[in-house]
Design a protein around this ligand. Structure first.
Ligand SMILES: Cc1cc2nc3c(=O)[nH]c(=O)nc-3n(C[C@H](O)[C@H](O)[C@H](O)COP(=O)(O)OP(=O)(O)OC[C@H]3O[C@@H](n4cnc5c(N)ncnc54)[C@H](O)[C@@H]3O)c2cc1C
Length: 409
């Protein structure tokens, strides 16, 4: 028996023994475990599953053991993910630290920064948020104005960030600040890490169309941050920022396995609301639409797998993350439009007095929220239009459009 076959059997048996039954079901946004100083668990099973995974380094299986990971190589990581998916295990922890801050620290951090931050992310002790966008800098991210003025060994931060997901519940932020106002805009940016509990930080939640308030406008008023918290080099933060966007876009191209695994799919919705005749879906048009979606999803999964393999072999092209983000998030929107058409009036649930007599189930209410949420994914992490601009410029090598700004995000 090969080493990898033995490894697979060990992982399978560990998951069977340790993942509680209730953690093998689809997860809603409310049930996700975000980690952090104020970590919340929706059930005792969620805590048990989290604790067991933390102990083994399974929140970050591919990180080195010395930083809290399981130290798995590429093939082992893939097997681990396959076995998690086979059993339907929930991610034990979701956190921008795992997806973005941690990988950036692994790549650009000093040894001191790695030892300080990575084990805390792996153990779910610190929740991270992203301070990139500003009221006047979204797609044109490099135009950001939040400033960091030198004051001895520290910077003083002043300005405001916009759409900061989870800022009011996060412990640390990785933040883009301007440290040189005279340099060309991409050259005066610094990538800074700091504690959201610092004096002068204020996060004000913004309510979304879904009724949730998961992001904030964040204000910095004379926030003192040690210069040793720069990740990478002062004024060269754009390089780190772009890399983090690639991590983000890669993660967002496959939200289902990264974060939320939805309970409802076009197929399950069709079986429930349309029904089968002789084992076939009764409506041929929906049958065709569902087949189209499932083929697109399968192709995306395979391309993601190929991309991961190419990276592990050092021949990957990071621009592929842009293509996958565009394709993945647009397909996600089409998927929810399709589910909505199939479910008909069952997908029009909402909470509040006007709907309280209509008897929508929790699952139906969740579906409406997920449909609305899907629309945000082609905006967050850089809009679809910006992804198309990047593909045109960096992948296809087309000449630049000189009539509009390039759009950093
Ligand atoms: C759910 C969600 C979570 C988010 N979380 C975070 C977070 O945690 N941290 C953070 O920093 N930011 C976050 N964002 C912000 C996100 O990164 C920005 O919304 C995004 O980059 C777009 O910027 P903007 O909203 O300023 O829109 P704008 O840049 O003003 O764009 C408006 C429209 O113009 C189009 N457009 C702009 N420039 C061009 C161009 N050059 N060519 C073609 N079309 C163009 C855009 O595609 C868009 O349709 C989040 C956003 C969402 C929706």
């Amino acid at each position: 028996m090969s080493d990898l076959t033995t490894f697979r059997e060990e992982i399978r048996s560990w998951l069977n023994d340790n993942c509680p039954e209730s953690m093998r079901t689809p997860v809603t946004q409310e049930e996700q475990v975000w980690g952090g100083r104020n970590v919340r668990f929706a059930s005792t099973d969620a805590k048990l599953w989290f604790d067991r995974c933390v102990e083994k380094g399974y929140c970050v299986p591919d990180w080195p053991k010395e930083y809290g990971g399981a130290g798995f190589d590429r093939q082992q990581t893939r097997i681990f993910k396959e076995e998690m998916a086979r059993l339907g295990c929930r991610a034990p922890q979701v956190n921008l630290g795992i997806w973005m801050a941690g990988p950036a620290i692994l790549e650009f951090g000093t040894e001191e920064q790695k030892r300080e931050h990575l084990p805390k992310i792996a153990r779910g002790e610190i929740r991270w948020c992203q301070g990139y966008s500003e009221p006047g800098a979204g797609s044109d991210l490099a135009g950001l104005q939040c400033r960091a003025d030198s004051d001895g060994d520290d910077y003083m931060i002043n300005g405001s960030k916009m759409w900061t997901s989870g800022a009011d519940e996060s412990d640390w932020v990785y933040c883009l600040v301007r440290t040189d106002f005279d340099a060309p805009k991409h050259n005066g940016i610094t990538f800074l890490l700091f504690d959201m509990a610092s004096e002068g930080v204020d996060a004000k939640p913004i309510e979304l169309i879904t009724g949730e308030t998961h992001f904030c406008q964040t204000f910095f008023d004379n926030v003192r941050v040690p210069k040793k918290n720069v990740l990478g080099v002062e004024n060269q933060g754009w390089t780190v920022a772009k890399r983090v966007l690639q991590f983000e876009r890669n993660m967002m191209s496959d939200m289902e396995s990264s974060a939320v695994r939805a309970a409802v799919t076009p197929r399950s919705s069709a079986i429930e609301h349309i029904g089968l005749v002789d084992g076939k879906l009764a409506d041929p048009i929906f049958r065709q639409d569902i087949a189209r979606h499932e083929i697109a999803k399968r192709a995306l999964d395979k391309t993601q797998q190929r991309m991961a393999d190419e990276f592990a072999e050092g021949v990957g092209d990071m621009n592929v993350a842009t293509i996958l983000k565009y394709v993945g998030t647009e397909e996600e929107k089409r998927k929810y439009e399709l589910i909505l058409k199939i479910a008909g009036e069952h997908a029009l649930g909402w909470s509040g007095d006007a709907f309280s007599d209509d008897g929508f189930s929790d699952e139906e209410l969740q579906l409406t929220r997920d449909w609305l949420s899907s629309k945000t994914h082609s905006i967050a992490g850089g809009t679809s239009e910006i992804q198309l601009n990047i593909i045109a410029k960096r992948v296809l090598g087309l000449p630049e459009n000189t009539t509009v700004d390039k759009g950093g995000k």
